[in-house]
Design a protein around this ligand. Structure first.
Ligand SMILES: CC(C)(COP(=O)(O)OP(=O)(O)OC[C@H]1O[C@@H](n2cnc3c(N)ncnc32)[C@H](O)[C@@H]1OP(=O)(O)O)[C@@H](O)C(=O)NCCC(=O)NCCS
Length: 224
């Protein structure tokens, strides 16, 4: 179920957005910039029928069990932070289990080389650049103005924070978090679930499950 998409409309079906926080607002703007129709939001703690940014609240995640749910496409309005590394992955898996589609979302201002591969549900926000030969897995979030240089491999559920720079041939394992403005030099390999602090310059590989903060010893991340 993966797509390779570099430009154009995200979807030919109405979209349902999950969440209504800050990231949801940015995703909503991106969907609107792409001309997509946003049919409603799913929010666990808003009354059904209320409106958020002019869009009706349809219900909570259980709404996706309804037979008509299959007629829509979906976008996650939930980001991924070091303190909550699994929520976005859980929602993605839930939609996947219910065989609901999350086409990749690419802001019109993003620049992607024609051969770049994007996985299901991956979100490429405003100002992002992705250079040739890069393969971006499922449910990845490339946040505002991040750059991904040539031949990078980014596995599922990764968040590359705003303004972060990945030089060529960088590899990020599943669920890696790269903080805003961090720079990873060419060829760096970051193991699954590792986290890079905002603003860090990374010149050595980082093992799976490690939090890297400049000037500090590696910290093993406790599972939430
Ligand atoms: C790395 C990070 C997850 C650490 O969070 P934390 O474990 O709660 O860390 P703390 O705030 O307790 O700080 C621990 C130490 O690391 C230092 N530190 C924390 N973040 C740092 C950073 N980005 N750069 C340099 N030092 C940092 C703190 O000053 C503190 O130092 P001290 O022990 O000498 O006093 C967090 O600071 C960070 O960088 N988050 C990324 C934010 C981001 O990019 N958000 C994008 C949202 S779209």
């Amino acid at each position: 179920m993966s797509d390779s998409v570099t430009t154009g409309a995200v979807t030919n079906r109405p979209v349902v957005l999950l969440g209504y926080g800050g990231h949801a607002r940015v995703v909503l703007d991106t969907l609107r910039a792409l001309g997509a129709e946003v049919a409603g939001i799913l929010a666990p703690d808003l009354p059904v029928g209320d409106r958020w940014e002019g869009i009706p609240v349809l219900g909570d995640d259980d709404w996706t069990r309804r037979p008509e749910a299959i007629q829509y496409h979906y976008s996650l309005g939930v980001g991924m932070l070091p303190q909550r590394p699994h929520l976005r992955q859980r929602l993605f898996s839930l939609l996947r289990e219910r065989q609901l589609r999350m086409p990749p979302l690419v802001h019109p201002s993003a620049v992607l080389a024609p051969d770049v591969v994007l996985g299901e549900g991956t979100q490429v926000m405003a100002g992002v650049i992705v250079q040739p030969g890069s393969v971006i897995g499922e449910n990845v979030l490339l946040n505002t103005r991040a750059t991904v240089d040539h031949h990078c491999r980014i596995d599922a559920h990764v968040h590359v924070g705003p303004g972060a720079i990945l030089c060529g041939e960088v590899q990020l394992g599943e669920r890696v978090f790269v903080g805003a403005g961090a720079t990873l030099i060419q060829g760096i390999d970051i193991g699954a679930g590792a986290q890079v602090a905002a603003g860090a310059t990374v010149v050595r590989n980082i093992a799976a499950g490690i939090r890297h903060i400049p000037g500090h010893l590696p910290i093993r991340i406790e599972e939430a």
